[in-house]
Design a protein around this ligand. Structure first.
Ligand SMILES: Nc1ncnc2c1ncn2[C@@H]1O[C@H](COP(=O)(O)OP(=O)(O)OP(=O)(O)O)[C@@H](O)[C@H]1O
Length: 352
């Protein structure tokens, strides 16, 4: 019998993933990573629901205490980034470093199983011509999570299945109800797990960063107001600046060294190109000449036509993105992920 380790967060998606595989005659082992304290998934509440589902399916459940890993790779990474005036994206980093890598290692080394499954909405396909696994968008485009998975390597993709990649979310709920899963009606997580666990991003950051008030200035250095710590601001932000001005003002820069938030008109917050670092070419070998693609600069952003130009960099894979039309709100620290049709070609971290 084929064996698979299913990553269980205690939500409906991973519960249904486990149930589908179990009913497809896989020998399923549930695995929950204990990531942090608090309410919500990945916390004790989620672990109890995950345990319940395993009991219901009659499969073993393992819990691995991964709080130190999460603290080092996610919490510290976020605190360092926000303190430096950027807006890091924790999810892709979490997927690669905290979830997929350690889960696959645990499955192989502790359980002798070389396949894991999660409830992510994305697809993996093997491209025979190029001998490579490709990452594709989910069939349910409204749930597609491929943006958060661009950093997965070939080794990881070889050991992962996403049974929900072909399934509509409404169908997931129907399957969960059909199998009488306790989580069938569980509400969707609305936000980042850290936000859910702490109430808000602000509350989370305030736990770790002592805000130092400073000036909000325009491009010429004219003081327009005061900020409450640079970590509360992000490029493109309009609300919450507390400045009365005739035209809407947006955050166009954060200068951590001088503790300044810089604001300007919307045009000042648009760019025609940007540099991406820590690039992962997920579905193709790194190209040696520019390629055309469509890029997403945020999870829900509309894909925009772009030319991706490989740059020579000794220490790091970098590319330059040249947009066909200027793009608003390019935020250092977030991920840019480029696609051709439904295939994720690559992605990386926005640098400038
Ligand atoms: N703490 C965890 N331990 C093990 N696997 C996890 C954990 N958190 C998430 N996963 C896996 O990653 C998938 C995607 O996680 P995400 O945080 O996006 O939750 P989701 O889409 O709301 O899924 P779910 O409904 O299962 O919570 C989950 O379906 C699950 O398989």
């Amino acid at each position: 019998m084929k064996k698979v380790v299913v990553g269980l967060s205690g939500g409906v998606d991973s519960s249904t993933t486990a149930a589908i595989l179990h009913h497809q005659d896989y020998e399923v082992v549930g695995l929950t990573l204990w990531l942090m304290k608090g309410k919500g998934q990945c916390c004790s509440e989620g672990m109890v629901d995950a345990a319940f589902i395993c009991e219901q399916l009659g499969v073993p459940h393992h819990i691995v205490d991964s709080r130190d890993l999460f603290q080092t790779h996610i919490v510290d990474y976020l605190v360092e980034g926000y303190s430096a005036g950027i807006t890091p994206l924790p999810c892709s980093q979490c997927n690669k470093t905290v979830k997929f890598g350690p889960m696959l290692r645990y499955a192989k080394e502790e359980l002798g199983i070389d396949l894991i499954a999660t409830g992510h909405y994305a697809r993996i396909r093997y491209d025979e011509q190029n001998n490579r696994y490709q990452l594709l968008r989910a069939v349910d485009r409204s749930k597609d999570q491929s943006y958060f998975l661009y950093d997965l390597t070939q080794d990881l993709l070889a050991g992962v299945v996403f049974p929900l990649g072909e399934v509509l979310k409404s169908e997931t709920r129907r399957i969960a109800a059909q199998y009488n899963l306790k989580t069938a009606e569980k509400p969707e997580s609305q936000d980042l797990c850290l936000v859910e666990a702490n109430g808000s991003m602000r509350a989370f950051l305030d736990k770790y960063i002592t805000g130092k008030t400073g000036d909000i200035v325009d491009e010429n250095g004219k003081v327009l107001g005061q900020h409450e710590g640079i970590h509360h601001y992000t490029i493109g932000q309009r609300k919450g600046l507390g400045i009365a001005a005739p035209n809407p003002l947006y955050v166009i820069g954060i200068d951590a060294g001088r503790n300044l938030v810089i604001v300007g008109d919307r045009e000042n917050a648009t760019q025609t190109e940007c540099i991406i670092k820590r690039v992962n070419w997920v579905s193709m070998a790194p190209p040696t000449s520019p390629i055309r693609a469509e890029v997403q600069i945020r999870y829900r952003a509309k894909p925009q036509p772009v030319t991706v130009v490989p740059l020579n960099s000794a220490e790091d894979q970098q590319v330059k993105l040249i947009f066909d039309e200027p793009i608003f709100g390019i935020t250092p620290g977030q991920a840019a992920v480029w696609y051709t049709g439904e295939i994720v070609l690559g992605g990386g971290i926005i640098c400038s």
